[in-house]
Design a protein around this ligand. Structure first.
Ligand code: FAD
Length: 580
């Protein structure tokens, strides 16, 4: 069994192993955290409840008034993740994610403003700061005297973050920074910027993370961007012109800033997931109310199964997203260090579930939903950014598939080195193989008899557990097959890796729901989990259908034809089939 703190559920799953102790028992908040959260929720209700007209007006204005930022400050919302010793609330990942969820229930722009400060703006300081650096900045970040922003993106470097061109050149005890950062959340209101710059100009160069304070000469920010959604949240450029930063402002090691950036984004994903789940809960409430109130053909539209089905599906999607986001936050709180793939899955799954939920809620409200006086169109506009920032969902799918396949590739390399020729004569060959190599070869050749099994799940969930176990074996085989077929070229096989990522996203969703329902039955009895089991039953079957289709699509698909059509269009630069 891998070391408990370094194990990753998804990496192991891709090798055909179910590391169930990472899932079980499904994480819960400690009683003391519950009390703190209840107090925060009461504050939020008093402050944000009934402010719908304000949120709508600020969306139209494209900006929060300074007085509202002051209200957030006074309510302590910038102190959530700052340790208690530095004047903060010291919330763990799960409790923090739950607060962002509650904020997302009221307003997307508010959730993003608080989230960008805590999830990514100051996260580098929390993860990599020295004691001196923490003492210098955390108290002011906790009080909200300083609001934080994360500055990575540039005009020429979005997904390809390693391609940034901002430079930092050493001059005596200082670094001198020059460059322009784009679309920085909180840019207009932040005093604390975590800035990434190149500190070596060779090739794509090394990146280093710096803390830059607003007052520093040469730092300026542009006007608020006129955005599609989360319009009241501040998004600006951040320009650095000969900005002198003392060497003691470097976060982490010089030249290791790319790792700093990736760790910040990984750690921040439970915040973004929480915000998405909160927004879904609100939309479900709105849609249920609308479906009961709106009468057509002499009946409330909720009585039509086409409408009711949407509400059921929105709820299932929300339950799955909530299960995954909480599970990942719980994994972080339990001290597991390797949660990058699971965090990426939680981001993709929750943001896409939210997008579908917005669309369906608006469809239920139909014409009314399209009108600006109703909250649906704003929810839809606000939700759209989640699939783009903190890593686009396409890039995250590549990351999910390729980083888990990397482990399999390492294993295959071991296997190839130790047992050359074994596939020509698997039965004889097995005698000379290590236990590990046997397991993988037997998976790959289909000779393996024993499947990966859950042993800790409540037996009442045996049917759905079996479905998961089967898919796990298939996943490991598919990863093997793809690597044998494409070797290093797998990196360019984006459509195959996307299918693998989709399978992993569904399987992690199912694992999270299985763990949640199992723990509920263990702790409170089967009667307490009747509706939870219905949700599990429905999701397991829906996921199985999608997973089966994706497995089948790996070998049989029309990808080449679709790419052929794309090639033609890219050549002529337009749609070429006008019929008239
Ligand atoms: C409102 C808002 C707030 C933001 N806040 C911040 C912030 O606080 N800090 C910060 O640093 N950044 C921030 N960003 C930037 C955001 O993180 C980037 O927009 C995002 O990383 C994507 O980069 P891009 O927009 O340049 O898209 P591009 O990288 O140009 O991508 C364009 C399209 O191509 C796809 N694509 C790109 N490369 C590949 C590939 N190799 N394989 C397959 N598909 C690919 C992408 O998925 C996407 O669909 C914000 C952006 C917005 C709009």
């Amino acid at each position: 069994m891998p070391d408990k703190k370094t194990a990753s559920f998804m990496r192991s799953l891709c090798s055909g192993e179910i590391e169930e102790e990472i899932l079980l028992p499904y994480p819960e908040l400690r009683p003391s955290e519950r009390e703190t959260l209840e107090a925060i929720f009461a504050t939020l209700k008093a402050m944000l409840g009934g402010r719908e007209r304000d949120f709508r007006a600020w969306d139209v204005a494209g900006e929060f008034p300074a007085s509202f930022i002051e209200e957030l400050r006074s309510a302590g919302l910038f102190s959530l993740v700052v340790p208690e010793g530095h004047g903060g609330l010291g919330l763990g990942s799960m409790a923090y994610s739950r607060v962002v969820q509650e904020l997302g229930r009221y307003d997307g722009s508010t959730a993003v403003t608080v989230g960008a400060h805590s999830s990514i703006g100051m996260r580098g300081l929390l993860l990599f700061g020295t004691d001196e650096q923490k003492a210098r900045w955390l108290p002011r970040l906790a009080s909200g005297e300083m609001i934080a922003a994360f500055c990575l993106t540039e005009p020429g470097a979005g997904s390809d973050a390693a391609g940034i061109r901002t430079t930092a050149v050493r001059d005596g005890d200082d670094w001198v920074l020059n460059g322009e950062k784009l679309w920085i959340t909180n840019g207009g209101i932040a005093q604390f910027f975590t800035v990434f710059a190149k500190t070596s100009l060779e090739g794509r160069g090394h990146i280093t993370a710096f803390v830059v304070e607003r007052g520093t000469k040469g730092v300026s920010t542009g006007p608020h961007e006129d955005k599609m959604g989360i319009r009241a949240s501040s998004t600006t450029t951040v320009v650095l012109e000969d900005v002198r930063v003392p060497a003691r402002n470097v976060l982490g090691e010089v030249g290791k800033g790319f790792k700093v950036a990736m760790k910040i984004l990984n750690a921040g994903r439970t915040g973004l997931g929480g915000g998405s789940v909160g927004a879904m809960k609100r939309l479900i409430e709105l849609a249920a109310g609308q479906a009961k109130a709106r009468v057509q053909f002499g009946k409330p539209i909720a009585t039509f199964t086409s409408v009711a089905q949407k509400i059921g599906q929105m709820t299932i999607d929300c339950y799955v997203a909530e299960s995954v986001v909480n599970l990942v936050a719980g994994i972080v709180d339990r001290g597991y260090e390797d949660y990058a793939v699971e965090a990426a899955i939680s981001k993709v799954l929750s943001t896409e579930a939210l997008w579908r939920t917005c669309d369906e809620a608006l469809q239920i409200a139909a014409g009314q939903g399209y009108m600006r006086e109703m909250p649906y169109e704003r929810a839809l506009r606000d939700a759209r950014i989640n699939r783009i920032f903190e890593g686009t969902n396409e890039i995250l799918r590549l990351f999910i598939a390729l980083s888990t396949m990397q482990d399999v590739a390492e294993e295959l390399k071991d296997l190839a080195a130790s047992v050359r020729g074994v596939f020509a004569d698997p039965i004889k060959g097995f005698g000379v193989m290590s236990d590990y190599a046997k397991k993988r070869a037997s998976l790959a050749t289909g000779l393996r008899r024993e499947k990966a099994r859950f042993t800790m799940l409540n037996p009442a969930l045996a049917e759905e557990a079996a479905l998961f176990e089967e898919a796990t074996t298939e996943l490991a085989r598919a990863a093997d097959r793809l690597l044998r077929k494409h070797g290093k070229g797998i990196i360019g096989e984006q459509l195959a890796t996307r299918r693998l990522a989709d399978i992993m996203i569904d399987l992690f969703g199912l694992a999270a729901v299985l763990a949640r329902v199992s723990t509920r039955i263990d702790d409170h009895g089967e009667a307490s989990a009747v509706t939870d089991r219905e949700i599990l039953r429905a999701y397991a079957r829906q996921a199985k259908r999608r997973v089966d289709a994706a497995f089948a699509g790996i070998d049989e698909n029309v990808d080449a034809t679709v790419l052929g059509v794309a090639k033609h269009v890219l050549e002529i630069g337009r749609y070429g089939w006008d019929s008239v």
